[in-house]
Design a protein around this ligand. Sequence first.
Ligand SMILES: [Zn+2]
Length: 100
Amino acid sequence: MSSQLELFDALEYDAYRFGPYCLDCGVDTIEIGQYPYAVVDEVWHEAVPASTVPAGTGMLCIPCLEKRIGRPLKREDFETITWERGWLPRDVRERMWSAS
Ligand SMILES: [Zn+2]
């Protein structure tokens, strides 16, 4: 498993190269407070098959990610660093924590 710091660097790099825009609806995820966040690999790869975008790149807003995987996200779907750093907006965080 990669270190949390490497993960953070990767997210920063990703936004720099590809922008913070949702692959599906095009919303600026920085503007709506949904950048960055990190879900576990299994969830991301289910939503974004490696064949559709270069591995480890691309961004989805939370509603579009949930649409792609066909279910609401749970807190376990996210990497710990997402919670430790408070990366998601309060309303999203509260919804995740009360869901499970
Ligand atoms: Zn979207």
